[in-house]
Design a protein around this ligand. Structure first.
Ligand code: B4P
Length: 187
């Protein structure tokens, strides 16, 4: 299966995607994790990403699309994949469509939108305390989400692959809803 997750910061995309990718036996790719790892290693990509990460800004589309294109070429993506946090903008979604067309023309099977209230997000991120989880930065990330990422739900709805899930509740409850969404994909 080819799956993407859309949702505001702290919605639980990372948490749920690891479990789902393991259950389905497909590759999990979090662009956020790759960017943070590159920053810790001080690579060229990491130095570029560092300028944006702590301020809650999106890393430029061309940088992220290059990163995903490299990974899509890997043999571990042949059985399918779950992209967690990509695409995050319309140009990224369009670039992904182009990449998929180049990779044998197989379209996405499923785009999952995590639906959750702002207060719940703030409290989760406050508890996590990552370097980009400060209140002001989270507000900026939420603003960017509403402006640039949320419109992707309509993009995927038009293609008939969108499923929305309620992201509030215990991890197992959310996972059960996600699993139902996976089961219903394509029907
Ligand atoms: P990401 O790494 O994608 O992180 P996120 O959106 O903050 O978090 P996520 O939704 O995965 O939440 P999580 O499961 O961790 O992005 C970080 C930054 O990377 C971006 O701001 C941007 O700068 C850059 N970036 C990434 N992709 C990019 C792209 N495509 N283009 C440009 N820039 C990009 O959960 C959060 C917390 O909630 C955790 O502590 C977790 O334990 C808790 N939690 C999860 N589920 C819960 C539940 N059901 N109940 C209670 N707590 C729960």
């Amino acid at each position: 299966m080819r799956i993407v997750f859309i949702g505001p910061p702290g919605a639980g995309k990372g948490t749920q995607s690891l479990r789902l990718a393991e259950k389905l036996g497909i590759k999990h790719l979090s662009t956020g994790d790759v960017l943070r790892e590159a920053r810790e290693l001080g690579t060229e990509l990491g130095l570029e990403a560092a300028k944006y990460l702590d301020d809650g800004q999106l890393v430029p589309d061309d940088v992220v699309v290059r990163l995903v294109a490299e990974r899509l070429n890997g043999p571990d993506c042949k059985q399918g994949y779950l992209f967690d946090g990509f695409p995050r903008t319309l140009p990224q979604a369009e670039a992904l469509d182009r990449l998929l067309a180049e990779h044998g023309g197989m379209p996405l099977d499923l785009a999952v939108e995590f639906v959750i209230e702002e207060e719940e997000l703030m409290s989760r991120l406050w508890k996590r305390g990552r370097s980009d989880d400060k209140e002001e930065t989270v507000r900026e990330r939420l603003r960017i989400y509403a402006d640039l990422t949320k419109p992707l739900a309509a993009y995927y709805e038009q293609r008939g692959v969108l499923r929305r899930i309620d992201a509030v509740g215990a991890l197992e409850e959310v996972f059960a809803r996600l699993w139902d969404a996976v089961q219903s994909a394509g029907s």
